[in-house]
Write a protein that binds this ligand. Sequence first.
Ligand SMILES: [Zn+2]
Length: 48
Amino acid sequence: MAHYLCEKCGKVIDSNELLGLPGIRCPSCGHRILYKARSQIVHEIKSH
Ligand SMILES: [Zn+2]
């Protein structure tokens, strides 16, 4: 799953959020320049 980062406000946007929009833009501030963020590797330590 891809993530994008808004150049202006720094909001992290899920690619699924962009699907519902007419174009690629930040759903928060409306800025059109988004960086493609690298997928974060989250290490989840599960304890009993
Ligand atoms: Zn923004």
